[in-house]
Ligand binder design. Structure first.
Ligand SMILES: [Zn+2]
Length: 400
């Protein structure tokens, strides 16, 4: 079976996760795909395939040679719920280049979606334009399962132990939270959850949130002279104390930012939510310290307790861990080249489950799936790119 055929089957399962749920998995329906995958892995001969009580699927393929080092392959089963996720109607289309028209009439042009240029002449899996496809990350799941099938079918490919995990709830930021790193037992691993073939991601933001409460004093405006403290104006002052040119709209590449995601104000109480991001740990710490300094300066000016600041770290740059395990990245580069693709890397302007796993003791960069337009009704993936990723994963675990 080819990887895209598996993707089309998995796309039938609605696995949208739900950030509002406190449970894990956040939605029961993810378990239907988990059960299906356990069954499929068992049929492939991975007899220990199982799903745990939180909806994590684990399985392993024993070594067929003397190599003892276990390598992990990880993908997530859930999809986002920000666009309709069901019923997905995947379709194969030959793409000769130019405009691509979906069944609902949406037109995708290479001008708007330059990624199409790399897919000219390939066969694409597309949606009808009404739902997402779910290639993020069912393509990753399909490529891993297909790589296992290749390894099982060809005993001349020598490999060490291969550990597999399919996680729930990645899209709501919890995919790594209940991951059993010790039970998984891999020395290092790869998430298969990226975009264009060839990509290796091993650097991501350091991330924190700042929640700021500003307490004002409300009095009738007619009698307010010297007595009112307008929390809204203190919030404006705070925002103005941050340097210009450091917002998401001003920055790219390795440039960090602070981003005012939400502000709610009245004279008596104004709350501000910021997220702080930087690849560089020192600059990240500086951004947090600067927030604290600004809060202190405003308290000095308006009285203690006027500004309450709560800083919470969200995740850290996995490069901090991976810099001591760069052989993991080199191994992926070699696997890509053997599969006929030139590898490249880009800093992620966000986080990944791999960054959390890296800090939990499992060095874990992120590899491509081949898909594009994730989290969109225009999501698509080329079947040839999925085949390339299957070859890459086989090379990745091949003993050397
Ligand atoms: Zn994903």
């Amino acid at each position: 079976m080819r990887a895209h055929e598996r993707l089309i089957e998995y796309a039938r399962f609605d696995t949208a996760s739900d950030a509002k749920s406190k449970a894990c998995p956040s939605t029961e329906k993810q378990l239907a795909l988990a059960d299906r995958l356990v069954k499929e892995l068992k049929e492939l001969g991975l007899s220990d395939a199982r799903v745990d009580k939180h909806g994590y699927v684990y399985a392993s393929l024993p070594a067929n040679c003397a190599e003892r080092k276990a390598i992990g392959l990880i993908a997530h089963m859930d999809v986002v719920d920000v666009v309709p996720s069901h019923p997905v109607k995947p379709r194969l289309v030959e793409y000769p280049g130019g405009a691509l028209v979906l069944e609902n009439g949406d037109v995708l042009t290479p001008e708007k979606y330059p990624g199409l240029l790399k897919r000219k002449g390939k066969t694409l899996v597309v949606t009808d334009g009404r739902t997402l496809l779910g290639a993020d990350d069912k393509a990753g799941v399909a490529e891993i399962v297909t790589a296992l099938e290749v390894l099982k079918a060809d005993p001349t490919i020598l490999h060490g132990p291969v550990r597999i995990a399919f996680t729930p709830d990645e899209e709501i930021g919890r995919g790594a939270d209940l991951f059993d790193v010790t039970g998984f037992g891999a020395e290092f691993a790869y998430t298969v959850d990226g975009g264009d073939v060839g990509s290796i991601e091993f650097e991501n933001f350091n991330a924190a949130s700042a929640i700021i409460k500003i307490h004002g004093i409300s009095i009738h405006p007619g009698a307010a002279k010297g007595r009112m403290l307008n929390a809204n104006l203190v919030a404006c002052e705070l925002s103005a104390m941050l340097p210009e040119g450091e917002t998401p709209a001003d920055t790219e590449g390795y440039e960090g930012f602070q981003h005012l995601t939400e502000i709610n104000g009245a004279v008596e109480l104004t709350t501000m939510h910021y997220i702080l991001r930087d690849h560089d740990r020192q600059k990240f710490e500086f951004r947090k310290q600067r927030m604290a300094d600004i809060a202190a300066a405003l308290n000095e000016k308006y009285g203690a307790g006027t500004v309450e600041l709560q800083l919470v770290d969200s995740y850290f740059n996995m490069l901090e861990v991976l810099k001591d395990h760069m052989h993991v990245v080199r191994r992926a580069e070699g696997a890509y080249r053997t599969a006929g693709v030139e590898p490249y890397h880009e800093p992620i302007r966000g986080g990944t489950d791999g960054s959390k796993l890296s800090f939990m003791g499992l060095p874990c960069p992120n590899l491509a799936t081949g898909g594009m337009n994730f989290h969109s009704r225009h999501e698509l993936i080329a079947v040839e790119d999925m085949d390339t990723m299957v070859r890459t994963l086989v090379e990745l675990v091949r003993a050397r």
